[in-house]
Write a protein that binds this ligand. Structure first.
Ligand code: DHB
Ligand code: FE
Length: 289
C-alpha cells in the first residue's frame, strides 16, 4: 500500500468512528430505557444557567453576527457528523466524572469516552483478549488483583477491557476490524487476581475530518489523547469503577485533549521476564456499594 492510500484509509476510518459513536449511544439509551426522571425545577436551573453562561460570553467578548453564524453552522455540523458523543466526552465528561466519584476511597476513575460496548467475549482470569492473528503492537501482560478498600480480595470480579489497536482505532467504530477486536470481559480468580494478555495500544487522535477536528484546527489545538487502556471493574456489593490507565513517557500525558489523565492512573511497564514484550501490574480497589 502506498503512503497516500494508507493515509486515506486512516482518515476514512477516523471519519466513521464519529458517526458510529452517535448510533451506538442511541442504541444503548434505548436498551437501558434510561430517561432520567425530569424534575422541572432542576431543568429550569440547569438550562437557565447554561443559557446565561453563553449570553455572558456574548456580551463579555462582544460577539459579532459573523461569529454567531459561524457558531450556528458549526453546531449544525456537529450533529450532521454524528460527533456530539465525541464533543461531550472530550470536553465535558471529565468534570461529570469528577463530581460523580469525588467521595471514593478506592481506585481513581476517569471518563468512559464514546467507544465502550457491553457484552464483550467472556474470558478466564488469565486469558488473551480477542485479536487478529497478526495483530501489530508490543505484547503486553496486564496483571493485578481486585480488592475491597480493606484489602479483602474480590474473587470473581469482572474486568471489562477495551482499547485501541496499534493505529489508534477501536473495533465496531472504525471499519475493517473484527467485531470484538481488543475487547474482552475477564473474571478474576479465587484470589481476585487477573492476568490479561494483550498488546500496547497507540496514542489516539480524535477524528480530525469532522466538526470537532474543524474546531481543533481553527483554534490551533492538537487532537491527541495519550495511549490508554479502558476498564470497567465490577464486583457484587461494590461500586463499579470506570477508568483508564496510561503509559509513562507518552508526550500527551500532560496535555490530553480529553483532560482524563490522573497521576494515579500511570502504569509502570517492564520488560517481560517470561516472554516477549512488557508486563505491568495494577491493583483495582473497589469502594463498597
Ligand atoms: C474520545 C476517544 C477516546 O478513546 C476516549 O477515551 C475519550 C474520548 C473521543 O474521541 O471523544
Ligand atoms: Fe479511548
Amino acid at each position: 500500500m502506498s503512503e497516500n492510500s494508507f493515509q486515506s484509509e486512516v482518515t476514512a476510518k477516523a471519519a466513521e468512528s464519529g458517526a458510529n459513536a452517535s448510533a451506538r449511544f442511541r442504541e444503548r439509551q434505548a436498551q437501558g430505557g434510561s430517561t432520567a426522571a425530569v424534575d422541572q425545577e432542576r431543568v429550569a436551573l440547569l438550562a437557565g444557567k447554561a443559557i446565561k453562561a453563553l449570553n455572558d460570553l456574548v456580551i463579555e467578548e462582544q460577539l459579532s453576527y459573523e461569529e454567531y453564524n459561524a457558531f450556528k453552522a458549526w453546531l449544525i455540523k456537529v450533529g450532521e457528523d454524528g460527533e456530539w458523543p465525541l464533543f461531550l466526552d472530550v470536553w465535558l465528561e471529565h468534570s461529570v466524572e469528577e463530581v460523580a466519584n469525588a467521595d471514593r476511597e478506592g481506585s481513581k476513575g476517569t471518563i468512559e469516552g464514546p467507544y465502550y460496548l457491553g457484552g464483550s467475549p467472556e474470558l478466564e482470569w488469565n486469558g488473551t483478549i480477542p485479536m487478529r492473528e497478526d495483530e501489530p503492537g508490543t505484547p503486553l501482560v496486564f496483571k493485578g488483583q481486585v480488592t475491597a478498600v480493606d484489602g479483602t480480595p474480590l474473587p470473581g470480579a469482572k474486568l471489562e477491557l477495551w482499547h485501541a489497536d496499534n493505529l489508534g482505532f477501536y473495533s465496531q467504530f472504525a471499519p475493517g476490524l473484527p467485531e470484538w477486536n481488543l475487547r474482552g470481559t475477564f473474571t478474576a480468580n479465587d484470589n481476585g487476581e487477573y492476568e490479561i494478555h494483550t498488546i500496547r495500544p497507540a496514542p489516539y487522535q480524535i477524528p480530525t475530518d469532522g466538526a470537532c477536528g474543524q474546531l481543533i484546527a481553527a483554534a490551533g489545538w492538537h487532537a491527541w489523547r495519550p495511549a490508554h487502556l479502558h476498564f470497567k471493574v465490577h464486583a457484587p456489593e461494590h461500586q463499579l469503577i470506570t477508568s483508564q490507565l496510561y503509559f509513562p513517557g507518552d508526550p500527551h500525558n500532560d496535555d490530553d485533549i480529553a483532560s482524563a489523565v490522573k497521576p494515579e492512573l500511570l502504569l509502570d511497564p517492564q520488560p517481560n521476564p517470561d516472554g516477549e514484550g512488557e508486563v505491568t501490574v495494577y491493583d483495582f480497589v473497589l469502594d463498597p456499594a
